[in-house]
Design a binder for this molecule. Structure first.
Ligand code: HEC
Ligand code: HEC
Ligand code: HEC
Ligand code: HEC
Ligand code: HEC
Ligand code: HEC
Length: 352
């Protein structure tokens, strides 16, 4: 109440004051002219400032008319990264490999996939911004890859340097499997149809790290000699937007293998194509033999790669993990020829 009456009082003063002011606005006599202001030095203009940087000068290092950027865009548009629909796996850990924002957010700590309800809304599939630091310095430095150097492999305690391919293997590697079988260790109880290392274990197959090993196996020279790993073979100049480059496909639409990345070592192209066919045929056959034994063990059923719930020896469980990993690797031995052949042969011989 007190406050209100004070407000009224102030308002009244204000109204009276404005009356008083309007009554005083009559013009009085003109005052004396003011002194002239000081002229600028000799009347000259001020010194020119240093030219600012052209805000768009560095943009044209990439956005020019060479079509170099467009070529990559067109290739990427034909890649499975762009055309696949697995970006819809946009929750929790899945989003760290299946969405661009989840991948970058996991790297810089802004996406905590372990948080309750973690999810990327409006997910993008892997794109320019996933693998390159686009628009961070606005110079060609931004072609730098978002992941470089040795990376940790999830299902192991090891790290491995895949060269430029470390970027790829950040996603193209197995996920953690629990429980993991050990030779001579405890039996493994499988509770669902999805016991396995996940769909993209190419990094593990290439390096020979993170698979279940029985007997003696030796990693192929691809692991030591192909220093940029995935990038050397999959991103070699290809055929338009059909293979190689940013399509990352190994074959043209006609089915022809893109061997541009192989010729520095395999100089005889015809011989190489024959070797690839022979290797892939042999590995497909070994996988079929292993599957027959897994079906007999009950861990899988004929006609399906799903695991069958039950308790199995570590050997059977491990053979199942490798069967799935080497099937889902999809190169049928090419990633690590010697190793894959030996491992499959050892497993087939060891299983009853
Ligand atoms: C390292 C190379 C590079 C530089 C330098 C660069 N850009 Fe880009 N920019 C890209 C790429 C790659 C894309 C995505 C292309 C695509 O997906 O089609 C892009 C996309 C864009 C787009 C489309 C909208 C978007 O964000 O996707 C605009 C606008 C753009 N850039 C403006 C600029 C400007 C302005 C500069 C300079 C200040 C600049 N860029 C510098 C590589 C670059
Ligand atoms: C951000 C994670 C991520 C990165 C990084 C990544 N990939 Fe992929 N890649 C995927 C996913 C996810 C798919 C499957 C897409 C789908 O199903 O929608 C895929 C699919 C592919 C395919 C087609 C697979 C098929 O089943 O036919 C190839 C080939 C491939 N990637 C190669 C590469 C190479 C080479 C690199 C590195 C230069 C790379 N990827 C980097 C996540 C990634
Ligand atoms: C370590 C990275 C990584 C994580 C984590 C991950 N994925 Fe994947 N996933 C991939 C890659 C890479 C591929 C593509 C493999 C290929 O095509 O060769 C893939 C493929 C798939 C596919 C097959 C897609 C197709 O079109 O064939 C499905 C389904 C899938 N993932 C579901 C999931 C789910 C669900 C989760 C979470 C529970 C998950 N993924 C977590 C990397 C990952
Ligand atoms: C899956 C990862 C991945 C994606 C997605 C990707 N790139 Fe790349 N990009 C690479 C790798 C790896 C290299 C290095 C290739 C090499 O050294 O042969 C590269 C190289 C390049 C280069 C050459 C850079 C240089 O230093 O000269 C350009 C240009 C380029 N990418 C543009 C793009 C554009 C544009 C997009 C989106 C349409 C894109 N990239 C998407 C992985 C990727
Ligand atoms: C020595 C060359 C070479 C290297 C290194 C290599 N790949 Fe492959 N990759 C191949 C060949 C050949 C195929 C089988 C293509 C076919 O038969 O259709 C293949 C198949 C694949 C496929 C199945 C889709 C497709 O294109 O058929 C994926 C996904 C893949 N590789 C990812 C990778 C990743 C990730 C790496 C890095 C760890 C890698 N590759 C390293 C040669 C290579
Ligand atoms: C940096 C060198 C290098 C590159 C690049 C390379 N390879 Fe190889 N590759 C080798 C060597 C060395 C061997 C033999 C020794 C081994 O497997 O341990 C080999 C073995 C192979 C074998 C097994 C041959 C057999 O006798 O069964 C195949 C198949 C193969 N490579 C395919 C490819 C394909 C396809 C590409 C390209 C997409 C490729 N390689 C790229 C070095 C290379």
């Amino acid at each position: 109440m007190k406050k209100l009456s004070f407000l009224h009082f102030m308002l009244a003063i204000l109204v009276m004051a404005s009356f008083a002011m309007t009554s005083c606005t009559k013009e009085g006599p003109a005052g004396a002219a003011g002194k002239d202001g000081v002229d600028g030095t000799n009347g000259a203009d001020g010194e020119d400032g240093i030219d600012g940087l052209d805000g768009s000068a560095t943009c044209t290092q990439c956005h020019d008319n060479s079509q170099a950027l467009e070529a990559r865009v067109m290739q990427w548009e034909e890649s499975f990264h762009a055309t696949g629909d697995a970006f819809a796996r946009n929750t929790a850990e899945c989003a760290t490999c299946h969405t661009s924002q989840g991948f970058r957010g996991n790297l810089d700590g802004t996406y905590d996939w372990t948080a309750e309800g973690a999810k990327i809304t409006n997910p993008n599939p892997p794109n320019c911004y996933t693998c390159h630091s686009i628009h961070s310095t606005y110079t060609t430095d931004d072609w730098g890859l978002t992941v470089t150097g040795a990376i940790a492999l999830r299902n192991t305690t090891e790290t491995y340097d895949f060269g430029k391919g470390s970027n790829c293997v950040s996603c193209h590697q197995g996920r953690t499997v629990a429980p993991w079988p050990t030779v001579g260790g405890a039996d493994i109880t499988i509770t669902n149809t999805r016991y396995g290392v996940h769909h993209g274990p190419q990094g593990n197959v290439f390096s020979g790290i993170g698979l279940f090993v029985v007997g003696t196996v030796s990693t192929s020279l691809h692991a030591t000699m192909v220093t940029e790993s995935c990038v050397t073979c999959h991103m070699a100049s290809g055929y338009g937007a059909e293979s190689g480059g940013h399509t990352m496909w190994m074959r043209n639409i006609s089915g022809a293998l893109n061997t541009a990345g192989c010729i520095e070592c395999h100089t005889d192209n015809t011989a190489l194509l024959a070797e690839v066919t022979a290797l892939q045929t042999e590995v497909a056959d070994l996988l079929a033999q292993l599957k027959t034994k897994l079906d007999a063990s009950g861990a899988t059923a004929p006609g399906s790669d799903n695991s069958v719930a039950g308790t199995y020896s570590p050997l059977v469980a491990g053979a199942l993990l490798d069967y799935k990993a080497l099937t889902e690797d999809k190169s049928l031995g090419v990633h690590n020829p010697t190793y894959v052949k030996q491992l499959l042969t050892n497993l087939i011989n060891a299983l009853p």
